[in-house]
Design a protein. Structure first.
Length: 619
């Protein structure tokens, strides 16, 4: 449904590819091609030392052994030590062969050989790895209660455990992976409540003639534990019921580490605690006669009351000031009150919200009110009020909220010198759903968010017309390659769609309609500049479609540069939809509150450059 010229997109992609290719060519010219196989490390190829080396160390070995030999043998570690004494050389030299052979065996090179030669000024280590040992058989078996689970449950448990295994058939044998894999198997048992699980068989049979390894492991699960009582430390201001109600389990439920992590996440996001941990009491587990796991919760509380102040600036809203008050334990019931007055150049608003503590299944009640004055330009002023009541639920990455809202507004416009005033109101039933799966909510590099809203109003029930509204927004982060000219880069895609189903927009409150333009919408255009035109004035439309693609590449740990293209518009219907294009670039500055974005974009429809300044992303 979203069209638009192809030339700007082609131009942007060509520019990005050209910049990254140029960077890659420059690096290649400076470093030179890497040797095939990378099996020899000479002083010229090793990282430049910060201080003078005590002796020259040349290593010829399979690539997998280069770093271990330099970092884990005494002769490798003492090369740069400032406290080295030449009298130590003979001892280091004599031990080197045994140390290298041990590293070879650990990496699966059982049939290779090593030669070490040199003098106190220069040492050469030559390793012939020979054929590397391959794992040709893996046998992992369980006994105890975990082996007696019903078929479907047992299959799911086995899959859960085996996902942790690191040496599948066909892989090269590696002693570190062998040891780590066994630990991970036991951890997998612990996560599902078998806290006394132990290895009863651990056997690796190596056939040096056939360079193969057969692995056999048996795990005795021990009894399945259940959640025990929750002990809370650190509460002074808030009632213990607040913590207890956030549990996604009850005493006696089967122990599951994922549910414990969810409990900890709920505590941290509840708004009552600055820090919170929830951990099993493993000492009590060892002594327990009954298979139950006591849970110890440690919390640090926020103050129950605080005043919030702040100042800021954005290119959309201009200068901004804020004064707010928060109460996290209203009436000693754990109800959270949030209120604020925000003054911006183009928008002024005040709001108050009241929310109950979340229950064990994540449900909560909320109510509140908002009044707002919006002045997007000199020809329009909108006064709005919104009173709502609803119930929501949050479970891990997903949150939804169902509400009833009373919307009322007064719209003053000046059309070619003629002042008009329009009153609108509606009683709206609304459902909002959000999913966030991101590696970081402050500065994401991987993951996605999806937001969906549906609302409806019926004529005669406070509302002056029938209408329904659908809105979708998706944001996706793709991390690029960890190597080459695009190392550390991120591609960000955004898609936004909205539609109001009604005979016309005449009696629909404007907060249900759509306009576009600004730093979090279509860059290259001023805030809310785009939409259906009414005698030269942009107004809200019933249709919206926007798509955006942005490429970010790091300059250093704090800065990234970005190039982007935005395409879309708002219209009264998709029959009249004409996409506008914005193309530009900018800088991203990493901060504790999210990236600070400074962009310069060209609006193809407006034929002008627009500067945008904002903080963070809209999720």
């Amino acid at each position: 449904m979203i069209g638009g010229p192809r030339k700007p997109l082609a131009w942007l992609l060509a520019a990005v590819i050209g910049l990254t290719a140029s960077a890659g060519q420059a690096q290649g010219q400076q470093q030179g091609p890497a040797p095939a196989g990378a099996t020899v490390e000479s002083p010229s190829q090793a990282p430049a030392p910060a201080a003078k080396a005590n002796y020259e160390l040349i290593i010829e070995a399979p690539e997998e052994l280069l770093n271990p030999i330099r970092q884990r043998t005494l002769i490798g570690r003492w090369q740069m030590r400032p406290d080295y004494d030449p009298i130590q050389f003979e001892g280091l030299f004599e031990r080197a062969k045994g140390e290298v052979e041990s590293l070879m065996r650990a990496a699966g090179f059982f049939s290779g050989s090593v030669e070490i030669s040199g003098d106190p000024a220069s040492i050469r280590i030559v390793v012939d790895g020979g054929a590397r040992t391959t794992v040709n058989q893996v046998e992992i078996s369980f006994k105890g209660p975990a082996a007696q689970l019903p078929e479907a449950q047992g299959q799911r448990f086995r899959e859960h455990v085996l996902r942790r295994w690191q040496l599948p058939e066909g892989s090269f044998f590696n002693a570190e992976f062998w040891d780590a894999g066994k630990r991970r198997l036991i951890d997998a048992f612990h996560q599902k409540g078998y806290l006394r699980a132990r290895l009863t068989v651990s056997e690796a049979r190596v056939d040096m003639e056939n360079t193969s390894a057969a692995l056999r492991i048996e795990v005795d699960s021990g009894p399945a534990f259940a959640f025990g009582a929750v002990r809370i430390n650190g509460l002074q201001r808030y009632a213990g019921e607040i913590v207890q109600d956030l549990r996604p389990f009850r005493e006696g439920d089967p122990y599951d580490y994922d549910r414990l992590i969810l409990f900890q996440q709920r505590l941290r996001e509840s708004g009552y605690f600055s820090t919170a941990t929830a951990l099993p009491d493993l000492i009590a587990v060892e002594k327990a006669e009954q298979p139950t796991v006591p849970i110890v919760v440690e919390v640090s509380e926020f103050r129950s009351k605080r005043i919030v102040t702040g100042i800021g600036f954005s290119s959309d809203q201009g200068a901004r000031g804020q004064l707010g008050f928060e109460h996290r334990d209203l009436f000693d019931l754990g109800w959270q009150l949030e209120s604020a007055l925000l003054l911006e150049q183009k928008r002024q608003r005040a709001f108050i919200n009241l929310r109950t503590p979340a229950q064990s299944e994540g449900h909560y009640w909320a109510t509140g009110a908002r009044i707002e004055r919006l002045v997007p330009d000199d020809n329009e002023t909108t006064l709005r009020s919104n009173f709502y009541f609803g119930r929501g639920r949050r479970v891990e990455e997903v949150e939804y909220f169902m509400s009833v809202q009373h919307q009322r507004e007064r719209l003053d416009q000046n059309l070619t010198g003629v002042a008009t005033r329009d009153y609108r109101q509606a009683l709206v039933a609304s459902y909002a759903w959000n999913m966030r799966r991101l590696d970081s909510r402050i500065d994401p590099r991987d993951g996605y968010t999806i937001s969906a809203q549906f609302s409806t109003a019926v004529k005669g029930v406070v509302s002056e017309t029938n209408f329904s509204r659908l809105y979708l927004r998706m944001l996706k982060f793709w991390p690029m390659s960890d190597e080459g000219p695009i190392k550390g880069s991120t591609l960000i895609g955004m898609a936004e769609f909205g539609q109001v189903f009604s005979s016309s927009s005449q009696y629909v409150p404007s907060e249900n309609l759509f306009r576009a333009g600004g730093s979090q919408s279509l860059r290259g255009y001023h805030y809310l500049e785009l939409g259906p035109a009414a005698v030269g004035l942009s107004i809200g439309g019933r249709s919206l479609a926007i798509a955006s693609l942005e490429y970010q590449r790091p300059i250093n740990n704090l800065l990234r540069w970005a190039a982007f293209i935005d395409v879309g518009n708002a219209a009264d219907s998709f029959r009249n939809f004409k996409p506008a294009v914005g193309i530009g670039g900018g800088i991203r500055v990493k901060t504790p509150i999210g990236p600070v974005n400074a962009d310069l974009a060209w609006g193809q429809a407006s034929h002008q450059f627009v500067f945008h300044f904002s903080v963070g992303y809209v999720f």
